[in-house]
Write a protein that binds this ligand. Structure first.
Ligand SMILES: [Zn+2]
Ligand SMILES: [Zn+2]
Length: 779
């Protein structure tokens, strides 16, 4: 037998995930000698034994790694054999460049659930049970290296039993930093609004209060939730009223997949999303007749329902004790960020919650629940936060210098990038809220420290009033890189798919600052990561009253009808009647051009059509009218409204929104049912988009289309556009790792900044020429 010795370096998420015990056990099973240890770059292993056994070891290292481990790179180097025996865990080595990754918070694993339910186990019914494969991570990490003293578990001193498990390489809690038990770990308490503890077992009492119809604030992983019995109309209505949340649907936590299937239609892909260790909220199609099980005010007028499964032991125990689904929504008032500190929660949620079910393990980073839906069997993220962050996105193009991308404003995230990694932050929220802006600035600092990123290049939006732009402009000693909003959308879709372009980029969203200083939002770009040229856009109309038009879709109806009917909008329309007293004034405002900036926004066209069809004249949350127009549309309807695509000013293609609006009005006046009209409108916009893409393909020879922007959260539009593009022989790129909405902007900005940094001449490179100017000449 020939002895060989090999040194293996493993990089990725390999610390705090049970990698060393796994290596130790694997070497033991194969009878190999050597050692394993952590250092700043990841895990290092030395194994010695028969050549073929070492081969098998290397293979198993990659294929049998623990569930939370993400191996990004494995390099093996031969060493001279030493003849040593046994396999040891080497002490951690400090120093070197910090490369290790912090893993996301992870749902309670099967092994822990078994112990949780075992009366003989010392952690029987203990709400904070965890192990190397599960439990809190990102939300409790204060600093690196990821070790107990650097987490919010630092103040809990391990008992002798826990310490033994923690230091035994054969134990499944070996070096699980949050390890604890009833003797030494966090404890639950149920408090009333005044902070007085309730008598009895906190969990049983909280469950009883929920069943009686109370609203209970529950401290979770990344913040406080507000819970209520999902079947109780009075409880859910009270929660809605106190939270000042008029219509936006609430998420519902169900005990298991069987319970999910009782409320919604769940296909295998969706089951996998629900049950994944990330445990996002999954938007699902409701079953008819779920009315007895879910109160009407959980998701009023909505065909889909957001469900999630328990992801902490506390959730598992609570759901089992309550015995039915509960509403579990962010612990905040209206659009404030989720409360995560105990004091602030009592203060801010005191007017909403009757009771507080809390514990004494501090939360270091606020993280909302993530939200996904299924598109073509793939995950389409709408909010990427708890369970996903801070796992980096791998990009095939290394960043020459460290980058910070500051994102947009309303659905803010930031992104730090170095090497081949993009660290996209958790969902931060609307920066115009002071508290949210503070968590943005603190979050940037936290990520910089955690991942040892020292940005030299800072990317930002063109919008001068975004707080993220202002933040970027105030940084000293960095190179600034301005990235146009819709270019960032398309770049985020390219980065999401690991493709450099060039592509035909379709970016449909609410509003974004255009390269020409006007407001864009229905854009067709010819783009790669470095640059873009506008190739076409939706017809331009005034935005009467600016921001007021976003809150009041009927204003967009006034603007669109005025343009579509050239000042002679049919007078008998219901939307005109409902807004009679202000209609003429708003039409005049739109025509005046003062306080009515021109926009090509696709989102605002949806608003206009929603108002014309009587869906709603004013919104309570961003995008509501468009969401409800999608809900209204009959998905079985296949006929479509024709919309002209013409070459207009400046050689740009123009998609005729007016044609769609006129067709909507004609059908409405002819008595066609609104669900059919809504569907034909969706189909018409999809068809016009595809026609425009074909024209661009003709000119430029580009056969790939990237779809991005918040409007493509609309599944009907997305599905119709993708299938029509497919049908015409296009390759279509959609999102599956980051949201198509503004939460993906920071990744796009980072990708653009990185590409410009890489470009050979060191400058910004030439953006591709507009259609009609011939092929790109390079350089
Ligand atoms: Zn576990
Ligand atoms: Zn203990």
């Amino acid at each position: 037998m020939t002895l060989t010795r090999t040194r293996v370096r493993v990089e990725g998420i390999v610390q705090g995930v049970g990698f060393r015990p796994f290596v130790h056990a694997l070497a033991g099973r194969l009878g190999l000698a050597g050692l394993v240890g952590n250092d700043a770059g990841g895990v290092f292993v030395e194994v010695e034994g028969a050549a073929e056994t070492v081969e098998r070891f290397l293979e198993a290292l990659a294929t049998e790694a623990p569930p939370l481990a993400v191996i990004e790179r494995m390099t093996a180097t031969p060493l001279p054999p030493t003849g040593i025996r046994g396999f040891a865990i080497a002490p951690s080595e400090a120093g070197g460049e910090r490369q290790t990754l912090v893993s996301p918070d992870t749902a309670t694993c099967e092994d822990c659930l078994r112990e949780l339910a075992d009366p003989a186990d010392r952690r029987y019914r203990y709400p904070f049970i965890n192990c190397t494969n599960c439990g809190p991570r990102f939300t409790i990490v204060r600093d690196v290296p990821y070790d107990r003293p650097a987490t919010t578990m630092a103040t809990f001193e391990m008992c002798a039993d826990c310490a033994r498990e923690y230091s035994d390489p054969a134990d499944r809690r070996f070096h699980a930093q949050p390890v604890c038990c009833p003797a030494c770990g966090p404890a639950l308490a149920l408090l009333d609004r005044e902070g007085r503890p309730a008598a009895g077992d906190p969990l049983a009492e909280a469950a009883a209060r929920l069943r009686e119809g109370a609203v209970v604030a529950v401290k979770g992983l990344g913040g406080y939730h507000l819970a209520a019995d999902a079947a109780s109309e009075p409880a859910v209505a009270a929660l809605r009223a106190r939270k000042h949340r008029e219509d936006k649907p609430f998420a519902v936590m169900v005990a298991d997949l069987a319970a999910a299937r009782r409320l919604c239609l769940v296909d295998p892909a969706e089951e996998a999303m629900l049950a994944s260790p990330r445990r996002p909220i999954v938007l699902l199609r409701r079953r008819d007749g779920d009315a007895e099980r879910v109160a009407g005010s959980v998701a009023p007028g909505n065909r889909s329902l957001g469900l999630l499964l328990p992801y902490t032991p506390l959730h598992h125990l609570l759901l089992a004790t309550v015995g039915r689904p509960i509403v579990l929504t962010s612990g905040n008032v209206s659009d404030e960020p989720i409360a995560y500190l105990d004091g602030e929660a009592r203060e801010r949620l005191g007017g909403i919650a009757d009771w507080f079910l809390r514990h004494d393990r501090p939360i270091h980073v606020r993280a909302d629940d993530s939200v996904v839906r299924s598109f073509g069997g793939r995950e389409l993220p709408l909010r990427r936060s708890r369970g996903f962050a801070p796992q980096p996105l791998d990009l095939p193009w290394p960043f020459p210098r460290h980058v910070l991308a500051c994102g947009a404003e309303l659905k803010s995230t930031f992104c730090l990038a170095k090497g081949g990694h993009a660290f996209l932050s958790h969902h931060i929220g609307d920066l115009k809220n002071y508290e949210t802006f503070r968590s943005f600035t603190e979050g940037v600092e936290h990520f910089r420290r955690l991942f040892a990123v020292d940005p030299e290049v800072v990317a930002h939006d063109l919008h001068p009033e975004y707080l993220s732009t202002k933040y970027a402009l105030e940084l000293d000693g960095v190179e600034l890189e301005a990235v146009q909003h819709h270019h960032a959308h398309v770049a985020s879709c390219l980065a999401d798919n690991g493709e450099p372009g060039p592509v035909i980029g379709v970016a449909f969203d609410g509003l974004g600052f255009g390269a020409d200083g006007t407001i864009w939002g229905g854009e067709l770009l010819v783009a790669d990561l470095e640059g873009f040229r506008r190739a076409g856009h939706l017809e331009v109309v005034p935005l009467p009253g600016g921001a007021a038009a976003i809150k009041e879709p009927w204003r967009m109806a006034a603007a669109w009808l005025d343009v579509a009917f050239e000042g002679r909008a049919p007078d008998g329309l219901a939307v005109v009647g409902r807004n009679r007293d202000r209609w003429e004034r708003v039409v005049a405002l739109a025509r005046s051009g003062t306080a009515a900036p021109p926009t090509s926004s696709a989102g605002r066209l949806f608003d206009a059509v929603a108002a014309i069809l009587g869906v709603r004249d004013a919104v309570n949350y961003e995008g509501q009218a468009a969401v409800e127009l999608e809900q209204l549309a009959d998905p079985a309807e296949r006929s479509t409204y024709p919309a002209e695509v013409v070459v207009a000013d400046g050689g740009l293609l123009r998609l005729g929104g007016s044609d769609l609006v006129r067709a909507v009005v004609e059908d409405l006046e002819a008595g066609v049912a609104p669900p059919l009209i809504a569907a034909r409108f969706h189909n018409g916009l999809a068809a016009a988009t595809v026609t425009a893409c074909e024209a661009i393909r003709e000119e430029r020879g580009l056969g790939t289309v990237a779809l991005s922007g918040g409007v493509f959260q609309n599944m009907l539009l997305l599905e119709r556009t993708v299938s029509a593009l497919d049908h015409r022989g296009f390759r279509v790129l959609t999102h599956s790792r980051v949201p198509p909405n503004d939460a993906g902007i920071s990744l796009g900005q980072a990708a653009v900044a990185g590409a410009r940094d890489r470009s050979q001449d060191g400058g910004h490179g030439e953006p591709p020429p507009p259609p009609g100017l011939g092929p790109r000449t390079g350089g």
